[in-house]
Every structure is written in structure tokens, then in C-alpha cells.
Design a protein around this ligand. Sequence first.
Ligand code: SF4
Length: 368
Amino acid sequence: MPAAKIRAKARDLGFTAVGIAPADPLEGAQFYARWLALGYAGEMHYLARHHDKRIAPAQLVPGAQSAICLAMDYYQPEPTEPTPLHGQIATYARGDDYHDLIKKRLAELWTYILTLAPEATGRYFVDTAPVLERELARRAGLGWWGKNTCLIDKRKGSYFFLAEIITDLKLPCDEPAPDHCGTCTRCLDACPTDAFPEPYVLDATRCISYLNIELKTSIPKDLRQGMGNWIFGCDICQQVCPWNRKAELATEPGYKTRPGLDNPSLLDLIELDRESFNALFRHNPAKRPKRRGFLRNVAVALGNSGAKAAVPALVKALDDEEPLIRGHVAWALGQLGGVNAREALEQRLAIEEDAEVKAELAEALDLL
Ligand code: SF4
């Protein structure tokens, strides 16, 4: 029975849940098209590409019959309570990059499937192709699509990665999981940037994870305070979800929180040069926004810290070579205030050449 053997092998490889869905066109596609049309994808223009492939797995794998959907837990112990001068990194990003790790396991699983069915064709994916993976996983019974738009498994919450193998092998399928959100609205109420215009719909342009990872430019000023001390990603809508009380710690050693990424010191991070940034985030997801985006996030967190002790480090960073960082550092100094902050902002304004940074400096001075 190939399906039972495939499930067993997947579990041996560290996947914590396995479900199989028919590879028919996806009914969630209409919802997705509406979401794009409303502009909720922001600058993630790649999400609008290859719509035909996204809605029909057979466009990715000719003759596709089944999608083997896989989950891998990543939950880690909650960090110690941060002080105002410490930042927070989303749980999934405190260890090794999951793409590399999961891709290797998928390759092993696919090789195994070929030993059972040498004539099979298929492809495996982990964020590497236009696949509506949450919709496929929902259909495969791995969980329901929560009001916070995460896939939730009744037995263990939502702290898991998704991956899938689409194949022309016809396998017995699982039943979709029913919705268990009920009347709960905790995630909607807890979001500090009001990123849910309605239940089950995320306006990514207001989501902290979008702002501090995907957005490559200046963070809208009206959303900066809501970002608190999240410097890469955000877990708030998962932390408040009652189903995550059942989350179990991941056993995969690669996802273990790296030293220094559990509530890292914002004062250390704002001083990272290119070399030390690359060394700290080698093979780690938090390198995605690059140094310029990451230090922009750190500056916002320092501005939100309320800690005057951050002023000297920010004054130094006001001379950073990267305008995006200087602009957000100016904002942070405006938030913290004080004589030293004012002096530094005035001095920088006298020599600043970048128009956007000049505007940030002037606005910060106006605040003081
Ligand atoms: Fe659903 Fe409540 Fe969890 Fe939000 S917090 S996803 S409403 S159960």
C-alpha cells in the first residue's frame, strides 16, 4: 500500500503531519484572486504571477492526481521576557533556514516514492513555486484556515511549515479539516496594526511580518509604533490563538533558537556592519531583508523602546551609509527625544543630501 508507506517514510524523515489531497483545481483560488484585487499583497507582485499554475496543480505537474501535503513543526520555547532594549524575532526564524532543510527531506521522500512507483512523475515544493499550499494542505486535512489566515491543526496549533509533493500517482485522499475558530476573535483583536480587515483576510500591507521582511522601502509612519520590538516577522496572532496552547516543541535540531537570536540586544544589532550581519544571519531566514532592511527594523524598535539609553547608538547610526537606515534612525531619535537627539538631528540635517532622509529629519525635529 504505497500511501501508508509514504506516510510512514515522511514521518521517519521528520515531517510531523502528512495528508493527501486530490490535485484538482483549487476552490480557494477565487478567494485568492479577490485578495490580490483588493491590493492586500502590497509589493509582493510575484504573488500575482502564474495564476493559472496556482489554481491548477496539473499546470505544474502534467497529469497530476495527488498532492502529498506535509507539515514540519518548528515551535521553540518562548524567549525570556525582553527588556525595552531587546528585539523579537519570529519563532520560525530563530534557527536554520527551513527551505534548505525541508528541501533535502523532500528529495529523500521523493526518491523513496520512486522506489515504490518507478513510473511516477512529480515535483516537490517548499515556497519554491506558485502553489496555493495552505489551500492544498487544508484540503488534505492538515488543518483549517484560521481567522488569522494560518493553517491550524486541532492537535498542535499553527507553528509548522508546509511543503508538498504533487504527483501523477493516484493515492487515497484525506478529508478536509472543519473550521474550529467558532466565535473566537482573539487574533483579530490582538493585531497591533489592524491587519485583518475581516476574519480570514489579511491585509499584508499592514501586517508586521510584511513590513519588516517583504517591504523593501520606508515603513509607513502610521504603522511604526504598532510594530513594537518585532525586528523580523511577528508571532502575535499565533501567540494569542488558544489552539497554540497545545503546541509541542520541535524536535528538529535545525530549528533550535541560535545563541543571540533569543531577544537579541537592539544596541548590538544597530552596530552591525555588513560583514557581521552576514556572519550572524548565515543560513538564517532573517537575512532576507538584508542589512539595510534589518537595521531599518532595529531603528524602529529602538524608537519604540522609550529608552533614552538608546540615543548614543542611534546618533552614531545617523551617519550610516544607507539612507533607508538613516531615515528610520531619525524617526527613532524623534520618538526618544532629548537634547542630544535634537543636536544630532540638526547636525545631520545640515549635511544630509537624500531628500527622503531630509524629510524624516525635519519631521523628527518638529516632534521635539
Ligand atoms: Fe481562530 Fe481564535 Fe485562533 Fe484567531 S485566535 S485563528 S479566531 S481560534
